[in-house]
Design a protein around this ligand. Structure first.
Ligand code: 3PG
Length: 404
């Protein structure tokens, strides 16, 4: 089904609500943005709207996480990259925000506060329910059109993603268009075997993906790393030590252990887990086999022993979809697993990388040109590759049907 484009909207001189995904790795103390890839990827869309009043709606992290912050630094970063003022407003839709939008002139760019500060944005709602939220009613009243460029959030059925297109004439931004068209190519004859590498901390998403791609033959093999691997290790009966077990409880991922058990019961031969890990002990990296992980040390990376066999599995693959790091790569002592696996993935014929955080590592390693596609989406990219229709895309299609 077709999706509206920016050209079709005719935004010149109009006020456009522009949903971006500027969720980025940040230093929780200083709020310094550690990677600006998502910012840079959104620039073409913002520039394409240069004679509109652009009201940016975006988020950073989610409630309960350390990096759930205000967007002042985001506006500053965008202003610097865009080369023109970006006015930051410290609220989402109160009178102050409404007056600021009202006073805008064509060419102005304004960024509203972290939209997930509104409790409604954190709900998962169907488009018909989402359109009735105060958030959607208030935001839509501020503008003429809605443009969604937030591919990274396209898998979330949240009010700004699925509700706004129900009440406003809408279009996909240029990044959204590029991601959808490039990732669609994975389905048309991606070279086999297909290997999915699932890591990082978003365990719930990764477990769902693992089950889906294994069941439907989309992936021949799944490699689990990072916190995702820790959950699978517990499911397989390993004691991963108190700090890592506590982290899983803290992230509320205990129910995922049962799901991991089910996956292992059905597809044990197609799931590769680390056989050794690196922990921090006496302030340095020490490696242990998974049967001997110390009780009081956090698991922070893969062990070298296991790295060889995982790299071997990647080497044999025609396609690698890589989503999420293998450990705490921000700490040089625990970056090896992530760095080495990414280098191995980059050599595969068809290599797709998802996740802002993983993409940041690739840039640091200077190997971005070796990959077929580096998506700005983590969960969105992976969900797309499972063949599911993304709520954001579906909502844009419906919007086109409603408003033409
Ligand atoms: C992401 O970084 O994957 C997106 O910004 C979505 O974030 P979320 O997983 O907190 O919904």
């Amino acid at each position: 089904m077709p999706i509206g484009t920016i050209q079709e909207l005719g935004c010149s001189g109009k006020t456009v609500l522009l949903r971006l995904d500027l969720n980025s790795p940040i230093d929780p103390a200083s709020h310094l943005i550690l990677d600006d890839k998502r910012f840079r990827e959104h620039l073409p869309t913002i520039r394409a709207l240069s004679d509109s009043r652009v009201v940016i709606v975006t988020h950073q992290s989610r409630p309960g996480k350390k990096d759930f912050t205000t967007l002042e630094s985001h506006a500053e970063k965008l202003e610097h990259l865009l080369g023109k003022p970006v006015t930051y407003i410290d609220s989402i839709f109160d009178r102050h925000a409404r007056e600021a939008v009202h006073a805008m002139k064509p060419g102005d760019v304004l960024m509203l506060e972290n939209v997930r500060f509104s409790a409604e944005e954190n709900l998962t709602l169907k488009p018909e329910e989402a359109k009735k939220t105060h958030l959607v009613k208030r935001l839509s009243a501020m503008a003429d059109f809605f443009v969604n460029d937030a591919f990274g959030t396209a898998h979330r059925s949240q009010p700004t993603v699925v509700g706004l297109p129900m009440v406003m004439r809408s279009a996909a931004g240029l990044l959204m268009e590029k991601e959808v068209s490039t990732l669609s190519k994975v389905f048309s004859g991606a070279p086999r075997p297909v290997c999915m590498v699932l890591g990082g901390t978003k365990v719930d998403d990764s477990i769902e993906v693992a089950a889906h791609v294994l069941e439907n033959g989309i992936a021949d093999q799944v490699i689990v790393i990072g916190v995702v691997a820790n959950v699978f290790l517990i499911a397989a009966g390993c004691d991963i030590g108190k700090p890592s077990t506590q982290l899983i409880a803290q992230l509320k991922y205990e129910p995922e252990i049962e799901k991991a058990k089910e996956i292992l019961a059905r597809y044990k031969d197609r799931v590769l887990m680390p056989e050794s890990v690196a922990v921090r002990q006496n302030n340095r990296r020490v490696e242990y086999p998974i049967s001997k992980i110390p009780h009081d040390a956090p698991v922070l990376d893969l062990g070298m022993d296991t790295l060889g066999s995982l790299k071997q599995a990647l080497k044999k693959s025609g396609t690698v979809v890589f989503n999420g790091p293998a450990g705490v790569f921000e700490d040089a002592d625990f970056a090896t697993g992530t760095y080495e696996l990414l280098r191995a993935a980059s050599k595969v014929e068809f290599s797709v990388v998802g996740g802002g955080h993983t993409a940041a590592v690739i840039e640091k390693l200077g190997i971005e040109k070796d990959f077929t596609h580096i998506s700005t989406g983590g969960g969105a990219c992976i969900e797309f590759l499972t063949g599911k229709k993304l709520p954001a895309v579906e909502a844009l299609e419906k919007s086109k049907q409603i408003f033409g």
